[in-house]
Design a protein around this ligand. Structure first.
Ligand code: BGC
Length: 515
């Protein structure tokens, strides 16, 4: 049996409890939501590089690709092909607004059930598609699933986790996303030689985590916070006793009740968020997401196989290279879990800026010099590009990837945390959509210049991290206003006294997304 833990210290209350088997089981089930998201990110690139798929749904792209004299940089440039990848994020963006309401009014569990239902519908439609409209409808359904899952799962994980491991669990969601991407890369590699329906199998395999989430979400509990928030206090207490494995949960129960009362006093969190004093965390949450996407990471996550084919690797070698970048992504995220509370957020972000700038620039230079519109790189040059992509992914995965999510969850005061986080999620989806929709056309128009475009953004985000992003390592979430914003050379001017009421003291057991 896991050892009992007591979380507290200083003036913090002590929370009794163990990491129970039940919590571990619930966490694993919920994590399948992250896995689904990752799988959807990783699967489309491989599928869109498969000839059987292209021939059936995108015959013009297929024809272009077959003709050796076609421009290297433009062979995949097709708005519909990009729409296949990108429409998922548009659906997720819209669904996340509905999901945030369902999540607070009905609870985390039903939100996850709805997510798994849409995932299943999406899997059936995409894998059985005989017409492009069915394919796009399926992707939209998957997007709705992603919108619901991304709202509920991080919330569920942080509410269920004992306070002591909450930070690690926050990054674990990102870890599951990367595992999902990696599994999708491997599946694509395995399916590339299965003709003519390898692509159908690639899309159908997403049904496994979706089914798991669907069945699993019937058997998991609602979180105590969600129950208490909706006035079901006694049920909340019983669930808390069950998940902590002890009878005495008074301290944690009281602190959840207290936090819910405080949060409920702010009846209009969105208008509070528009106040001047909310500007610093809001601007930072939004910019982190914009910058995260303008690193160019999803150009690689979505289109790595296509990109590697563009530089001249064969179809199979390209898919294998995508598997390698997927693996690098998973392991580098683990580095972040370990380093984030030791090195601090800014150190990781700034180091990665240098690493990503150098790699994007060298890739740009190599392509500009050696990859002409026709012909291809030689083997050594192509392998150098793959290595550089891996080093780039490594930098992203231990910094802007997980921290793009972690920092917004720890810089808003309690009363605007959920609303603020919703902005972060929707900005992410919007810019993911833009990159997915535009990348192949930009590659065609800007050629190697696209890599300098991303490199230029990396310089901008480096300056942002250097001058405008405060360090939040080790600062309790409820002390951020006093210890971070009011002390910062730039952001302190937004802290008008009458606007910044003493922050509601969030007991240490409270997750960052309470409404
Ligand atoms: C980003 C995704 C990206 C993934 C790569 C996430 O943090 O939000 O857009 O595909 O990292 O691992």
């Amino acid at each position: 049996m896991a050892p009992a833990i007591a979380v507290g210290g200083g003036d913090m209350p002590v929370f009794e409890g163990r990491i129970t088997v039940y919590v571990v089981a619930c966490v694993i089930i919920a994590a399948f939501g992250g896995l689904m998201f990752g799988y959807d990110i990783g699967i489309s690139g491989g599928v869109t590089a498969m000839d059987d798929f292209l021939e059936r749904f995108f015959p013009r792209v297929y024809e272009k690709k077959k003709h050796a004299h076609e421009d290297n940089y433009c062979k995949y440039d097709n708005q519909f092909l990009q729409l296949f990848t990108s429409c998922l994020y548009l659906a997720a963006l819209i669904a996340s607004f509905v999901a945030s309401r369902v999540c607070s009014k009905q609870g985390r569990r039903p939100t996850m059930q709805i997510a798994s239902f849409f995932f299943l519908v999406g899997v059936v439609l995409t894998s059985a598609a005989f017409h492009i409209s069915m394919l796009i409808l399926g992707r939209l359904a998957l997007g709705i699933g992603v919108g619901f899952a991304n709202q509920a799962v991080p919330l569920f994980l942080s509410e269920l986790a004992p306070a002591k491991i909450r930070g690690a669990l926050n990054i674990s969601f990102q870890l599951f996303i990367t595992i999902g991407i990696f599994i999708a890369n491997m599946v694509n590699y395995a399916m590339s030689n299965v003709h003519p329906y390898g692509w159908r199998l690639s899309l159908a395999i997403a049904g496994v985590p979706a089914l798991f989430l669907c069945v699993g979400s019937m058997s998991i509990c609602e979180t105590p916070t969600s129950l208490i928030e909706r006035g079901r206090l006694e049920e909340g207490r019983v669930v808390l006793q069950r998940i902590r494995g002890v009878a005495n949960v008074d301290n944690e129960f009281d602190s959840i009740v207290h936090a819910c009362e405080m949060a409920n006093q702010v009846t209009k969190p969105f208008s509070k968020l528009m106040k001047r004093s909310s500007r610093p965390p809001l601007v930072i949450a939004i910019l982190l997401q914009v910058f995260q996407q303008f690193t160019g990471i999803n150009a690689i996550m979505f289109y790595a196989p296509v990109l590697f084919q563009t530089v001249g690797l064969g179809s199979e070698a390209s898919l294998l290279s995508a598997v390698i970048t997927g693996l690098v992504n998973v392991f580098s995220t683990l580095v972040s879990v370990y380093a984030v509370d030791k090195a601090g957020r800014r150190a990781l972000l700034l180091e990665a800026v240098v690493q990503m700038f150098i790699t994007q620039s060298i890739i740009g230079i190599i392509l500009a010099i050696w990859l002409k519109p026709t012909g291809s790189l030689n083997k050594v040059e192509a392998i150098i590009v793959v290595i550089l992509v891996c080093v780039f992914v490594m930098g992203f995965a231990w910094s802007w990837g997980p921290l793009g999510w972690l920092i917004p969850s720890e810089t808003f005061p309690l009363e605007t945390r959920t609303a603020g986080f919703a902005f972060a999620v929707s900005t992410n989806m919007l810019f993911t959509f833009l990159v997915a929709q535009a990348f192949l056309s930009m590659l065609c128009n800007m050629k190697a210049g696209i890599f300098f475009f991303f490199a230029a953004w990396i310089v901008v985000m480096g300056l942002f991290a250097m001058f405008l992003l405060p360090e939040t390592k080790g600062v309790p979430v409820d002390a951020v206003t006093e210890r971070v914003w009011k002390q910062h050379w730039f952001w302190k001017r937004f802290m008008d006294e009458e606007d910044v009421k003493p922050a509601a003291k969030a007991p240490s057991g409270i997750h960052p997304h309470l409404t």
